[in-house]
Design a binder for this molecule. Structure first.
Ligand SMILES: Nc1ncnc2c1ncn2[C@@H]1O[C@H](COP(=O)(O)OP(=O)(O)OP(=O)(O)O)[C@@H](O)[C@H]1O
Ligand SMILES: [Mg+2]
Length: 127
């Protein structure tokens, strides 16, 4: 009965944005991988508090970045905003394309998450 209850609850979730929109990014997008966050606000649900507030940052191509902060600071939420797990306010732009102007599938199929690899040579990224 618990699984039936969970199933019913899941029919009543907030819907994600469309997977594809009429406006499609060019097939080769993104070519260089620059990312710009500008005045980004992000929350997980309509009725939950902001977890990213007025965030601005520029990520330049072919650079490796480390994001540090105490637990709950919002490191993982940065990635959640990038993948549009819920809709960010402000703008997140990848190679000149606003992530909120394209369908979720067009956005997500061009990004991947590499699980944390902690060797001496590969210990750059911590989320
Ligand atoms: N799926 C979620 N739904 C609702 N709130 C969330 C969710 N994930 C994280 N949060 C909230 O967002 C805020 C930022 O959390 P986040 O997970 O981004 O922090 P973090 O910097 O990655 O922390 P950690 O170092 O523990 O991984 C916290 O207040 C957290 O409770
Ligand atoms: Mg985290």
């Amino acid at each position: 009965m618990i699984s039936v209850e969970s199933g019913i609850e899941h029919t009543d979730l907030e819907k994600e944005a469309p997977w594809e929109l009429e406006y499609r990014p060019p097939p080769l997008w993104p070519t260089s991988g620059s990312i710009s966050f500008s005045s980004v606000n992000f929350r997980y649900n309509l009725d939950s508090p902001l977890v990213l507030r007025n965030l601005g940052a520029s990520i330049f191509p072919r650079q490796t970045y480390g994001i540090v902060g105490k637990t709950g600071a919002g490191k993982s939420s940065l990635i959640a905003a990038l993948f549009r797990l819920s809709e960010p306010e402000g703008s997140i732009d990848i190679d000149g394309m606003l992530t909120t102007c394209i369908g979720l599938h067009d956005l997500r199929k061009k990004m991947s998450i590499a699980l944390q690899v902690c060797t001496a040579e590969h210990s750059h990224m911590f989320f």
